[in-house]
Design a protein. Structure first.
Length: 219
């Protein structure tokens, strides 16, 4: 790979006023090639085709750049989950199934964003915008769980937050191990969607959802 600045500038179409976007795209490419911890701030600048000092116009350091990438990833993730949930239409169980598939689809389509969001080691207390974006994505899942829980008799309703955390753990574990679109994906003798469906069927029945509520719910 050539590290010639002019080559990179031509390839990315960098021009004045588009520095932030050029750096984000450079970071995404480097994450794809080296992982979220595998490159320096100077390397991101060089890959974007700018001087080592140029990124400081927008970011104080590498973590700030990574945080911007993660924030954007969470915003896209939240939008994908919201679209999949579609306010629980046509039924909460069918919408919940789409929600799970959307989780896996994002990990498959956007592995670099997925890594920046969940594997960069950022201290989210230092980056409130990232925390806010992450909370917004989780809120979609929690809201979906609240709707599903409300379909059970009051005496049998589990805490919606507990359910959301359990479902998140299942979906995220399967996405991270078996559903992502990069070299970290591990092979299994079934699709990630089939694995999530089976896991969610057992989980939902354990919570007391009958076949009508849990037959197609896949977190």
């Amino acid at each position: 790979m050539s590290w010639n600045r002019d080559d990179h500038r031509r390839r990315r179409g960098y021009h004045h006023g588009n520095l932030r976007e050029a750096l984000i795209q450079a970071a995404l490419e480097l994450i794809s090639n080296k992982g979220p911890a595998g490159f320096t701030f100077a390397e991101a600048a060089r890959y974007a085709g700018v001087s080592p000092a140029a990124p400081y116009r927008h970011y104080r350091d590498r973590d700030a750049l990574m945080a911007d990438v993660a924030r954007r990833g969470f915003e896209q993730f939240a939008a994908a989950l919201t679209k999949a949930w579609d306010e629980g239409r046509p039924t909460p169980s069918a919408a919940f199934e789409r929600l799970g598939r959307a989780y896996l689809d994002f990990a498959r389509r956007e592995p670099a964003y997925f890594s920046a969001m969940f594997e960069s080691g950022l201290d989210l207390k230092s980056f409130p915008a990232v925390q806010e974006a992450a909370d917004s994505a989780f809120a979609v899942l929690r809201g979906a769980c609240e709707v599903l829980v409300s379909t059970l008799p009051p005496a049998r309703r589990p805490p919606a937050l507990m359910m959301a955390l359990h479902v998140w753990s299942l979906a995220h574990g399967i996405a991270s191990l078996f559903g992502r679109g990069d070299a970290a994906r591990r092979p299994i003798p079934m699709t990630p969607e089939e694995l999530l469906e089976a896991a969610m069927l057992v989980y939902m029945q354990g919570l007391g959802f009958g076949p009508a509520e849990s037959g197609s719910a896949q977190g």
